[in-house]
Design a protein around this ligand. Structure first.
Ligand code: SF4
Length: 286
């Protein structure tokens, strides 16, 4: 870690490039809560001797969420739109001892980068993906995202979204990687617990976090007040243990199912591959 020269003002300062602050996120945006949960998780695991922050490589794509790579004090990369998972795959292949973490938005991960998501999950590739889902392409002005709810206005669908949205978590669940969870900024402690668990696992780990974009998505659904949007999100979040894939709902008007849906410990892709080539000694721990 880079040593902070002056006395930190906040316990997380050592994990932030404080010279890059203030951040660019709007008042009322949920992204800071997700980043904070991640930073607290790393800090706690480090203090318990479970993780070396110098091995964390923080990879983002493009979008409001993607700006986080400039704020954190890890080795980080701000990669082309949709390519964060591909970049993180390269990081792990180049140095299996590193811990790549992808932190990006729904447009980047499930839209433009959807193909990378599909195949990394299918291969149970060793990367943690945290997808902040604010249901729109926020940074670029509120275009339709694959996650935008049915009939909701966007700047590219002025009469409402005619498409059924993609439930990215349901898709990942179907591919059966080691860890699949969907959480919400309305329950921040659970985000932290989930990230701590996922950071210590091998294979593909997926955490979707429902977030509030008060500036764009909120305006599009006539919730201009960030607190009202937060309350609206809270209403639709339902924690359940699904019995089957059909129990996972992504319906903005009724229920977005949250919880931990898969938590297992199969060998990740790296382990399988390294064993095939007799390279187990090159595999990294945490
Ligand atoms: S535009 Fe939306 S997602 Fe982007 S920083 Fe503002 S509130 Fe957050």
């Amino acid at each position: 870690m880079v040593v902070v020269a002056q006395k930190p003002l906040h316990p997380l300062d050592e994990y932030l490039r404080t010279d890059r602050l203030p951040h660019i996120w709007c008042p009322g945006c949920g992204l800071g809560m997700i980043l904070q949960a991640f930073l607290w998780s790393v800090k706690e695991l480090y203090e318990r001797g479970k993780i070396d922050p110098d091995k964390v490589v923080f990879v983002t794509g493009i979008g409001c969420t993607g700006r986080a790579s400039g704020f954190v004090n890890f080795d980080s990369a701000h990669t082309p739109h949709g390519r964060a998972i591909a970049f993180a795959t390269g990081v792990k292949l180049a140095n299996p001892k590193l811990i790549p973490v992808v932190f990006s938005g729904d447009g980047d991960i499930a839209g433009i980068g959807g193909n990378h998501l599909l195949h990394a999950a299918r291969r149970n590739f060793d990367v943690l993906v945290i997808m902040a889902n604010n249901m729109t392409y926020a940074l670029t002005g509120g275009q339709l995202a694959p996650t935008t709810p049915f009939t909701v206005y966007s700047t590219t669908t002025p009469k409402g979204n005619p498409d059924q949205p993609l439930d990215a978590t349901k898709m990942v669940y179907a591919l059966k990687p080691n860890y699949v969870a969907r959480l919400s900024i309305t329950h921040p402690t659970l985000i932290r617990e989930s990230i701590k668990k996922a950071l210590l696992k091998r294979g593909f780990r997926w955490i979707e976090v429902l977030s509030t974009c008060s500036e764009i998505f909120g305006r599009h659904i006539n919730f201009r007040d960030p607190y009202e949007l937060y309350e609206r999100l809270k209403k639709v979040v339902k924690f359940r243990r699904p019995q089957s894939i059909d129990d996972i709902k992504y319906d903005w008007d009724n229920e977005i199912t949250c919880g931990t849906f898969i938590d297992k410990d199969d060998p990740g892709w790296m382990e399988t591959y390294m064993k095939m080539y007799g390279l187990e000694d090159k595999l990294g721990g945490l």
